[in-house]
Design a protein around this ligand. Structure first.
Ligand SMILES: *[C@@H]1O[C@H](CO)[C@@H](O)[C@H](O)[C@H]1NC(C)=O
Ligand SMILES: *[C@@H]1O[C@H](CO)[C@@H](O)[C@H](O)[C@H]1NC(C)=O
Ligand SMILES: *[C@@H]1O[C@H](CO)[C@@H](O)[C@H](O)[C@H]1NC(C)=O
Length: 649
């Protein structure tokens, strides 16, 4: 949203407001904590005629049954296992009711918003219209102000709270722009150098490069070879196959997608260097199938580890592990607006499309970008088919985003699960702390403020805490231990710490209740409720883990060692893709949402029982027998996991 336009446009023919009907308003959303870096500008008076593009997210039908619907097609004991839904059925089942749409429209018209100004999104889940500040303030019984960020100077339009007529509240999820604040500000400093774009999300606190890279090692010191004997020092695709006991892929039809956010990009020359050192059967020039979303480019103009490291890592390991299967790259967002997870989800599911009127300019890339020189085409909406498995190594803090925004997006992952798509996210690289190792300043972490991480409340990551995705944490090989499929690893404590903990937004899903109850019964952490939500009623993460240390990655022309749950997620996704190949070859469906089957088969994992995930000035949680909020159920035993999924219909 461009304040210059917003605040100073004049001449908008505002239609006089009808006399307000005597309905009693009730507060719908209120900002719970002060945003300490934002201050309200008392010197700037908003022009009452300035125009606000307003979006109302309507409540959808049947969402309260979403979990049940998903379990029906995903739980291993369900007779309907694997009978995934079509997107049409999903859209039909969840679209807002005609009652909801009519009630909200009627309220708007009664409040003086002419029906011609009101537009519905294609998905029927958003109502969008332009209002003047004066109209918005009357409609929502609020007062808008301009807030300026202390360090960036960026302006933002917001209010402290807003109200709706009591009978309308049940029909509305949330309204933008209102109380929500910019989740991305602290990222801008870091990644400003590509023509002033602001990245909306970033790799899970970046893939971290070893301070002592083995750059050119393979080239300059040819005596150093990568082998199973030195996986402790150098992780390669062969090490992962040995650790988790799987072999190469087959040609059976399956599909695997990796999501990257522009300007992060892979370099074909790096993929080639990787193949020639570590995966000789893959020929030079082999790359992913590229789907460009919202004006995305796989840019090669700016090259450095922070631009290429994440994409190079994800694609090198995904391509190697599922070869000869092809990997799809969903390159998302242009170089100006950037993109959010919502932009990606829009592109693969037309029934979600926030672009018809649900984009939140604070968090999402807005396309076409008419204001700032970005991509001028329409936002992609259902343009690309989702692959059967989708792995993403980027994340927010749960605290960065409003709960209502997170719940809405999380429900979209539920719908993808219904459609038979497995969605994996890396769990974060700062243990119980969040991105940039920051922690929350109050126990009310969600939507709250963050400190520099020496103390404070644990800061879980999103979408890691969404119960409809599979969150993947990180392990490492124990020092000087031989790599075999029977030697357990330990929680990763080299360069990064596995993200894990408990949500402040999402309730505990039933597929996890027994694992969490066992964890609290046998290994209750000593922390209090001021450090994390210890109620045993909230979602714990990660679900599983895979190695996240010492990955040999070709980046910007040399081999480096890379660390992160950023590595763990694409590896776990590759393993699920190999399982899909076997199921499809046997005439079965792809696995879709895997968590209920994973938790029902703890024996398909090597339990990780050493190491922890320190952060926020504490030792974090500890890996223990059974599920734990560091390494989840453990690392995969491929043949056992395969057998578990092959046994299902
Ligand atoms: C890959 O797997 C196929 C069987 O699926 C096998 O014939 C082939 O030898 C394997 N290739 C390598 C390099 O292991
Ligand atoms: C590895 O998997 C094979 C089956 O593919 C199995 O026979 C073998 O026992 C497994 N190795 C270990 C160490 O679990
Ligand atoms: C923990 O989560 C439960 C369930 O959502 C909630 O009722 C409780 O208030 C939370 N505790 C804190 C300290 O936020």
């Amino acid at each position: 949203m461009k304040l210059s336009v917003l605040a100073f446009v004049t001449g908008f023919a505002a239609i006089a407001l009808a006399a307000p009907a005597p309905v009693s308003h009730v507060v719908h959303e209120k900002r719970e904590t002060q945003m300490n870096k934002w201050s309200r500008r008392s010197d700037l008076k908003l022009n009452g005629d300035a125009i606000i593009p307003m979006s109302i997210g309507l409540t959808q039908r049947n969402l309260d049954s979403g979990y049940e619907f998903l379990m029906d097609v995903s739980h291993p004991t369900s007779p309907n296992y694997g009978k995934h839904w079509t997107f049409d059925k999903i859209k039909e089942r969840f679209a807002p009711s005609t009652t909801t749409i009519a009630a909200v429209k009627e309220w708007l018209v009664d409040s003086g918003i002419d029906s011609e100004r009101i537009k519905m999104s294609k998905s029927l889940t958003w109502i969008k219209f332009d209002v003047t500040v004066e109209e918005a303030e009357s409609l929502l019984q609020t007062e808008y102000g301009i807030y300026t960020h202390a360090t960036t100077g960026k302006d933002h339009l917001a209010c402290e709270s807003y109200s709706l007529p009591a009978h309308i509240r049940e029909h509305v999820d949330f309204i933008t722009p209102t109380v929500h604040f910019d989740a991305t500000v602290k990222l801008e400093k870091k990644r400003r150098d590509l023509e002033g774009r602001s990245l909306k999300i970033k790799p899970v606190t970046q893939v971290k490069e070893n301070p002592n890279p083995i750059a050119e090692l393979a080239v300059q010191q040819p005596q150093v070879t990568f082998s199973l004997a030195n996986c402790f020092t150098y992780i390669t695709p062969d090490c992962l196959r040995a650790l988790y006991n799987f072999t190469n892929g087959t040609l059976a039809q399956s599909s695997y997608g990796i999501v990257e956010y522009t300007p992060q990009a892979y370099l074909q020359s790096d993929l080639n260097l990787f193949y020639s050192n570590l995966q000789r059967q893959i020929s030079s020039g082999t790359g992913p199938t590229v789907d460009l979303i919202d004006g995305a480019i796989v840019q090669t103009t700016t090259q450095s580890f922070s631009y290429n490291g994440e994409s190079d890592l994800d694609l090198q390991y995904a391509i190697a592990l599922v070869y000869p299967q092809k990997v799809t790259l969903y390159q998302t967002g242009d170089t100006v607006e950037g993109a959010s997870f919502n932009n990606f989800l829009d592109a693969i599911d037309a029934s979600y499309c926030t672009s018809g009127g649900g984009d939140d300019a604070t968090y999402d890339g807005i396309y076409p970008d008419t204001a700032s020189g970005g991509y001028k085409g329409a936002a992609n909406c259902g343009t690309f088919a989702p692959t059967s498995v989708i792995s993403t190594s980027y994340g927010y803090n749960e605290a960065d985003l409003p709960a209502a925004y997170e719940v809405r997006q999380c429900n979209e992952y539920m719908k993808l699960g219904l459609a038979g798509v497995t969605v994996l996210y890396s769990s974060g690289d700062n243990g119980v702390a969040g991105n940039s190792a920051e922690c929350c300043t109050s126990a009310k972490c969600a939507g709250g403020t963050l400190n520099s991480g020496g103390s404070g409340t644990f800061n879980p990551s999103f979408p890691g805490t969404c119960p409809y995705i599979t969150a993947v944490g990180a392990t490492q090989i124990k020092p000087n231990t031989a790599v075999t499929a029977t030697n357990p690893e330990e929680a990763c404590e080299t360069v990064i710490y596995s993200g894990g903990g408990f949500s402040n937004v999402f309730a505990m899903p039933s597929y996890q209740s027994s694992a969490i109850s066992t964890y609290f019964t046998s290994h209750k952490p000593s922390y209090t409720a001021t450090q994390y939500n210890n109620s045993q009623t909230v979602r714990g993460f990660p679900d599983v883990s895979a190695n996240g240390a010492n990955y040999v990655v070709a980046a910007d022309g040399s081999l480096s060692l890379v660390y992160g749950t950023s590595a763990s997620a694409p590896v776990f996704g590759s393993i699920i893709t190999l399982i899909n190949e076997q199921r499809i070859a046997a005439g079965k469906s792809a696995v879709g949402f895997i968590n209920p089957t994973l938790y029902a088969n703890p024996g398909a994992f090597t339990d990780i029982t050493t190491g922890g995930n320190q952060g926020c000035g504490t030792a974090g949680f500890t890996s223990v027998a059974g599920w734990d909020p560091v390494t989840g159920l453990g690392t995969p035993k491929y043949p056992v996991l395969l057998a578990a999924f092959m046994a299902l219909a």
